[in-house]
Design a protein around this ligand. Structure first.
Ligand SMILES: [Cu+2]
Length: 343
């Protein structure tokens, strides 16, 4: 009797849901013409793209610098060559169940952190593998035709080589400059460009934080905020640093729609170098306010070990994801345990 009942239920399931297992394995993600991301086992009529998911590790991004392929000219000038590929057909799960169509430089948001020394000759091979026109506009000093505004790079393999001398010293953003600009930026086409002074800076545990907003419902208001794209990431995965070690944070505000953003550090104050162009700090503070593409360098050391928050003091932003934590390890103890720097 029990066997008969089980068989009947089993048969009914097969009749009611004939392709259940097959359908489950065919969950696909689409981006529609309105930019909405849809995940379904069904059919989507005329989708814009069938997409793949972006792999992005904010902890890796934090301390990853791209110095390019280095060579020397006869006169001794250092040449750094980079390749940046734009795409606009990927999605990222920015919060559990929330998928967002990201437009990427080299497959991530933000794109790679380009790093050079003042006076180096930079050669950036740009390839646009997207379906829309894109460019790279670097902030800094360069010839007009290298500004990435009027030299539009066509979709599906368009190419352009940006060549200019690295300068001035500081931390600068780069981003796509195709209209509508807001759309190309909020989808993720931006990154950080660091120009080191020839004499270098004091050795430090260095990291990059891009403050960004995500408008996942296209109403020109941000639904999520973050340091390095994933809301709340560094709160759940604190950044490990050591006491009595110089920490240097290159911070760039890429939030659109909201006129200001800010950066508050707990249990400490930092020396702040606006745009990083001067080697003498302008402020000693625990709070800076940043408008669009405003950026700078923060330097600090912790005396006491423990957990310290950093976040937007615009509380709405921190409650929607722009909050993180430093886990400060006692340097003496770390050394005894043979811990790696910053591990
Ligand atoms: Cu673009």
């Amino acid at each position: 009797m029990i066997i008969l009942l089980a068989t009947t239920i089993g048969l009914s399931a097969v009749i009611l849901f004939p392709n259940l297992s097959e359908a489950e394995s065919e969950l696909k993600t689409f981006v529609t013409h309105s930019g909405k991301v849809i995940r379904t086992t069904g059919e989507v009529i005329d989708p814009l793209y069938t997409v793949s998911e972006v792999e992005f590790d904010p902890m890796e991004y934090l301390r990853e610098f791209n110095y390019g392929n280095v060579s020397k000219l006869e006169d001794g000038t250092t040449v750094r060559e980079y390749t940046i590929i734009a795409e606009d057909d990927k999605v990222m799960e920015v919060s559990p169940g929330v998928f967002y169509n990201v437009w990427t430089y080299n497959g991530t948001v933000p794109g790679p952190t380009i790093r050079a020394t003042e006076g180096d000759l930079l050669k950036i091979n740009f390839i646009n593998n997207g379906s829309k026109e894109h460019t790279i506009h670097f902030h800094g000093i360069h010839p007009a035709e290298m500004d990435g505004v009027f030299e539009i790079v066509g979709p599906n393999g368009g190419k352009f080589i940006y060549e200019f001398e690295a300068g001035p010293v500081g931390v600068h953003p780069y981003h796509c400059h195709v209209m509508p600009l807001e759309e190309h930026i909020v989808h993720g086409l931006y990154g950080v460009f660091i120009v080191d002074p020839k004499e270098g800076r004091e050795p430090a545990d260095e990291m990059v934080m891009v403050l960004n907003g995500l408008d996942t419902d296209f109403d020109t208001e941000n639904n999520f905020y973050a340091a390095n794209t994933i809301p709340f990431y560094y709160q759940h995965h604190p950044i490990q640093i050591n006491t009595h070690e110089l920490i240097r944070v290159y911070v760039v505000n890429m939030v659109e729609f909201d006129p200001i953003n800010n950066f508050h550090l707990h249990g400490n104050l930092y020396n702040y170098y606006p745009t990083g162009t001067d080697l003498i700090p302008s402020f000693y503070t625990d709070m800076i306010t940043l408008s669009q593409t405003e950026r700078g360098i923060m330097e600090f050391e912790y005396t006491y070990p423990g957990k310290y928050l950093f976040h937007a003091h615009k509380v709405e932003f921190s409650e929607k994801g722009w909050v993180g934590m430093f886990l400060v390890n006692d340097k003496a103890e770390s050394d005894e345990n043979g811990m790696e720097y910053g591990s």
